[in-house]
Design a binder for this molecule. Structure first.
Ligand SMILES: C[S@@+](CC[C@H](N)C(=O)[O-])C[C@H]1O[C@@H](n2cnc3c(N)ncnc32)[C@H](O)[C@@H]1O
Length: 596
């Protein structure tokens, strides 16, 4: 039986492409039309939804919500540690196994029924035998499947609980193809076997799952465990979002039918125990729905994308791979409907997205880009966490990126990552924090809109929030007269002195709330933070007129009065600040004098 699906999508079974021929085999098709940002389907009853080992004690093991406050994107390492301690206090551990934690008794009861009953005994066994109070997530996932399917046939239990267990076991058997009737999820077992080292891991984890489950490690059971593991590795989605502290795996047999493309028309977001599939581009009725399996690596050059896709064992033949297009070319050929959405973003110059200002005679070829990326990856990491060692690494990276810099190919990796990593470090540095602001503005204008054309994508929304947080810092420095001690660059000082930093923050926060609402949900940490900051700003007196104009713009981007205000007071200073980024970088990591 095919997996049950939410409305608006169907599974297409392509009998002409068998698994062995490397084709897509099954795919997900739209049964109606979707516009960018539309919610295509919600998958709220997954086969498996687990936090990963590292977040097992800082996120509810049922609804997967990290305890609040989640470590913010800009928190320092020590702040993050403190926040994590706080999180652990908020979550109550299962009194029996002390391994799984929950945000409330409702989640705990639900998880008991969803498989923790069997798992609880397993955690206790592992603790007693190996002194270990956690289990690697893939092993935990396989053990859950094995225990549920083994227990279902037993005589134990009765009533509703037993019925539920039987139902879970039936869904697992169908999904993993334990019944003769149907084929299960794609496992690419032969592909996994070809990678000797990877296969050793599969063997080890499969065997561990059998032993931890309390089953006899007979050959047949271990073989089954290895196959289940390959299916999980191939079909489960990683819920990783380092900024909001969420991580783990999510497996739904229906969603698992969605294939990969490096120019996807859809994307997935996670909301507690559900996955939401949304349109990134317009999708026609009958069209295949594709996502990127390798977010955020989709923007990398081809060789790096292939490396990231290795665990899926297929050769990508999407239009981008076939013609080896770079991110500028993908952006230029994006549907007008997606480009137009940037009217409500920081990069409102749509012509720039269509015709980037690359220095054509200096344009760097794809093979040169591949070489730069490879050399960049091969650079030794910073020798220590010391500022000086990080600066050395940044200098080496900046030097490697010179051809891209000369050609003004700002959005080509590894240049944006080089800038972002510096900006992220500078955000928490006493001396450099103000200089992080132009860098973040530059990324939001010159890199992110090219790499991710739809402005509602989470990465872009997060970039806008990062600017707000830096503006709040510089706003405080301005108010306390501290700004000149932290920054000597006259351009930055002048721009900030002239700017209405509060209106800038309000406008950017309204952008975050709008675009975050399209591409994510109210539950998203970034949205929660933005709403809180906005509420704080709304209490400020004496700026009713500015706030009215910002709200006019946020309600209708084409509003003449509101639009003119935001252009002058918000977008222009953001562009001016972004304009100082490259000279600042040249001075800090390129060895050129700022005065020069
Ligand atoms: C999550 S499953 C997707 C559903 C799968 N096509 C099936 O029939 O079960 C992932 C697997 O599908 C195949 N696949 C996904 N995207 C593909 C693509 N663009 N080209 C070829 N195969 C693809 C690969 O075998 C991959 O490991």
């Amino acid at each position: 039986m095919p997996p049950s699906l939410p409305p608006n999508i169907r599974i297409h079974h392509d009998v002409t492409t068998s698994r062995s021929s490397g084709g897509n085999h099954r795919s997900l098709l739209a049964t109606t039309t979707f516009q960018p940002g539309d919610r295509i389907a919600t998958f709220s009853d997954p086969l498996l939804a687990l936090p990963d080992g590292a977040t097992m004690r800082s996120a509810c093991n049922y609804c997967l919500r990290p305890a609040s406050p989640s470590p913010s994107a800009l928190a320092s390492a020590s702040q993050k540690q403190e926040q994590q301690k706080q999180q652990q206090k908020e979550l109550k551990a299962c009194t029996a196994c002390k391994a799984a934690v929950y945000c409330n008794p409702v989640c705990q009861r639900a998880h008991w029924k969803a498989g923790h009953r069997g798992e609880c005994a397993m955690f206790k066994r592992v603790k007693e035998s190996a002194g270990q109070d956690w289990i690697p997530t893939p092993v935990r996932a396989v053990a859950l499947v094995l225990m549920a399917t083994a227990a279902a046939g037993s005589e134990k239990g009765e009533g509703k609980g037993k019925e539920k267990d039987e139902e879970r076991a039936r869904r697992f058997r169908e999904a993993f193809g334990f019944d003769e009737k149907g084929e299960g999820l794609e496992g690419n077992v032969e592909g996994f076997k070809r990678d000797a080292e990877g296969w050793r891991d599969v063997e080890m984890m499969g065997t561990a799952a059998v032993v931890y489950s309390g089953l006899k490690p007979e050959e047949e059971v271990v073989e089954k465990a290895k196959e289940v593991l390959c299916m999980i590795q191939t079909n489960a989605f990683n819920r990783l979002d380092p900024d909001t502290g969420t991580a783990g795996i999510f497996l739904d047999a229906g969603l698992a039918m969605v294939n990969h493309s490096c120019v996807p028309n859809a994307f997935i977001g996670f909301e507690k125990r559900a996955a939401v599939l949304r349109a990134e581009r317009p999708i026609q009725e009958g069209e295949e729905i594709t996502i990127s399996y390798i977010v955020p690596d989709t923007a990398l050059p081809k060789a790096a994308r292939y490396e990231a896709l290795r665990q899926y064992h297929f050769q990508c033949h999407c239009p981008r791979c076939t013609d080896d297009l770079d991110v500028y070319q993908v952006c230029q050929t994006s549907p007008p409907a997606v480009i137009r959405l940037n009217t409500f973003s920081l990069q409102t110059d749509l012509t720039k997205l269509r015709h980037p200002a690359i220095d054509t005679p200096r344009k760097v070829s794809q093979s040169e880009i591949e070489t730069i990326h490879k050399q960049w990856l091969a650079l030794p990491p910073a020798a220590s966490d010391d500022e000086k060692d990080h600066l050395k690494l940044a200098q080496a990276r900046w030097a490697l990126c010179q051809p891209l810099i000369q050609a003004k190919m700002w959005a080509i990796e590894p240049l944006p990552t080089t800038i972002l990593e510096l900006a992220t470090r500078w955000q928490t540095s006493y001396h450099m924090v103000v200089y992080a602001l132009p860098l973040m503005c530059f990324l939001a204008l010159e890199c992110d809109p090219i790499k991710l054309v739809a402005p509602f994508l989470r990465w872009r929304v997060k970039g806008v929030l990062a600017i707000v947080k830096l503006l709040m810092v510089t706003g405080e420095f301005t108010a306390s007269g501290e700004l000149a001690n932290r920054c000597t660059h006259e351009g930055i000082l002048g721009t900030l002195a002239m700017a209405d930093q509060v209106s800038m923050c309000e406008a950017l926060l309204r952008l975050v709330v709008y675009q975050g609402g399209v591409g994510a949900s109210e539950e998203w940490e970034v949205m929660r933070e933005a709403r809180e900051l906005l509420a704080d700003l709304e209490t400020l007196r004496g700026r009713e007129q500015e706030s009215r104009l910002v709200r006019l713009w946020a309600r209708d981007w084409e509003d003449v009065e509101g639009g003119a205000f935001v252009e002058e007071m918000v977008l222009r200073p953001v562009r001016t600040l972004a304009g100082f980024a490259v000279e600042g970088l040249e001075a800090m990591v390129g060895g050129k004098s700022l005065e020069g």
